[in-house]
Design a protein around this ligand. Structure first.
Ligand code: HEC
Length: 530
């Protein structure tokens, strides 16, 4: 099973645990941050397993199991802290891995790592698809893993052998037009020199390297300013996080996201929807010990525990779902905020703080501090080893002042990939941005969360888009056959089931993400009664 944990630098380790459902007893544990003597131990610093400053490498996206063989497939995420790895030099096994474990014992059968020493939060975003393919005239039981970076990798389920060649590419390129490129400009960061790129299938989303100045549209606000920013960002594939800003495309949430892909067991075709949203990843120095002392106790805690999401100036990033924390005293109750910090809410994890630290933090947030120069001689918070020297300024999409994408569409797509051959069969734009449509800009696609469902008789169903529609496509060619409006956008994979020979498909319509209106309905559709 998987547990929820923080992915900040105080994260717990992402151990995989199995429980006996009859007795409730722990059956086995697999350490995703290996202990001394375990395979992969040397890919982290010696004391990483003690989990005082490295954590996560956890599974949040779900797993798949081959019941016949008793193999459990577990995709893992990055090690924490997400965006700076100076305190965890090494390849960092088993972060960002597909693990094939013996379901009965938890013993590793094989693994594959998709991102070495991840500093981009490239967690594997979805459970892998089990699929059977034809290769050289033989049937092969395979497992296919979609990734945030826009590649799909296909392996033999038993041996872990890749069914398509994978190259380890030197990254980032050491020079562009013969100008040397530094791997990372953040002191202490040692990037991994290579990353794996499959020869086939081709990526199912655009990449930062494919955007040029011609992709900065005429219709956006402040085009000149955005263009300037765009020129300055690092844009190489696998460009590390930087102080000047790195354009992460596909973005933080990935090309593939939690909905994952649909696999057609009879044809070996994989259908994957992609987000094509670019984000700007910018790193800032955490105030050093001295600078921290100059902050008030509350702000010191804010800057180390909250600023990564709510912004260094508490401005948040509402367009990406991170609320501003300014003016709290005028709109929120202090006790409620105190409870919320402990419990978490929505995408915010619960954060446990010693009582004194929490009180100081609340005084800062509610603007009750009289002195911002460090009012106590005894700091409430020690400078800890888990405080990385650089943090990201937050989850910022590459948008213009009106909240519209600052680059060319499409922002969402769907691709059908024949995993027998590795060839793309078709690719369509998915969704239409309501705001751009009003401006007369059509066929834009939208960001989308939630996967597709494929049926034997030829249909491909998907909701997922910001425009709140539910669509059915012809699985052969991607032609739109039917679409309807949902009561609210459905950012989840539909579920299909059968009762007395009649087939249903049901969607959870919660809206809310991507600024879509909220909803609280389940909607089910059925085939006509025979
Ligand atoms: C991993 C990102 C993350 C971190 C770290 C984080 N938050 Fe949040 N926070 C969020 C998100 C996302 C929401 C919106 C939750 C929702 O409404 O679903 C939120 C909501 C809030 C709200 C409610 C705001 C409102 O207008 O309703 C408060 C207050 C808050 N956070 C305080 C804090 C404090 C204090 C810290 C540091 C101790 C913190 N958060 C750390 C992501 C984060």
């Amino acid at each position: 099973m998987t547990v929820r944990l923080s992915e900040a630098s105080d994260a717990a380790p992402g151990d995989i645990r199995a429980f006996n459902v009859r007795t409730g007893e722990l059956a086995w544990v697999f350490h995703t941050i290996p202990w001394p003597g375990e395979f992969g131990y040397e890919t982290f610093p010696e004391d990483a397993w003690q989990n005082t400053y490295v954590g996560a490498a956890n599974n949040w996206s779900g797993m798949s199991v081959d019941r016949k063989r008793g193999i459990l497939f577990v995709p893992t995420g990055s090690a924490a802290y997400d965006f700076y790895g100076g305190n965890r030099p090494g390849e960092n096994l088993f972060s960002d891995c597909l693990l094939a474990l013996d379901a009965r014992t938890g013993k590793r059968i094989w693994h594959y790592q998709f991102v070495h020493h991840d500093i981009w939060d490239r967690d594997l975003p979805a459970p892998p698809n089990l699929i059977t393919l034809t290769r050289n005239g033989r049937r092969v039981d395979a497992v296919a893993q979609v990734t945030k970076q826009g590649y799909v990798f296909v392996f033999n389920r038993e041996t872990g052998e890749s069914l398509f060649d994978i190259n380890e590419i030197p990254v980032p390129p050491s020079d562009i037009n013969e100008i040397p490129v530094p791997p990372s400009d953040l002191p202490g960061e040692i990037t991994w020199p290579t990353q794996p790129i499959p020869v086939k299938p081709a990526p199912f989303a655009r990449m930062s390297t494919s955007l040029t100045e011609a992709d900065i549209p005429e219709w956006i606000a402040d085009r000149e300013k955005i263009l300037q920013g765009f020129k300055n960002y690092r844009k190489e594939q696998w460009a590390p996080p930087s102080r000047e800003g790195t354009l992460l495309f596909p973005g933080y949430d990935g090309a593939a996201e939690w909905g994952g892909a649909a696999a057609d067991p009879e044809t070996g075709i994989l259908y994957v929807n992609a987000n094509e949203m670019a984000w700007v990843m910018q790193m800032v120095e955490v105030p050093g010990a001295q600078a921290l002392q100059a902050l008030s106790p509350g702000e010191r805690i804010y800057s180390t525990r909250c600023a990564s999401c709510h912004g260094s100036g508490r401005q948040g990033n509402p367009a990406s779902g991170f609320p501003a924390l300014t003016g709290l005293k005028n709109r929120l109750d202090k006790n409620k905020v105190s409870g919320l910090i402990a419990s978490g809410k929505g995408m915010m994890p619960g954060i446990s703080l010693p009582e004194a630290e929490k009180e100081a933090l609340l005084r800062f947030l509610f603007e009750e501090e009289t002195d911002n120069t460090g009012s106590t001689n005894q700091p409430v918070q020690e400078i800890r080893k888990d405080q990385v020297p650089f943090v990201s300024t937050g989850y910022n999409k590459f948008l213009d002042a009106n909240g519209l994408p600052a680059f060319s569409p499409p922002y969402g797509s769907m691709t059908a990939i024949d995993l027998n051959t590795g060839e793309h069969l078709w690719r369509i734009v998915l969704g239409e941005d309501p705001q751009l449509k009003k401006m007369g800009i059509r066929n834009t696609g939208t960001e989308n969360y939630g996967g597709p469902v494929v049926t034997r008789n030829g249909l491909l169903f998907i909701a997922a888009t910001k425009d709140g529609k539910f669509r059915a496509f012809d699985k052969k060619n991607g032609r739109l056959l039917w679409e309807t409006d949902l009561p609210a956008a459905s950012f989840a994979t539909p579920a299909t089931y059968e009762i007395n020979g009649r087939q249903f498909i049901v969607l959870a319509c919660g809206g809310t993400k991507l600024g879509a209106p909220k909803g609280n309905k389940y909607v089910a559709y059925a085939l006509p009664e025979r």
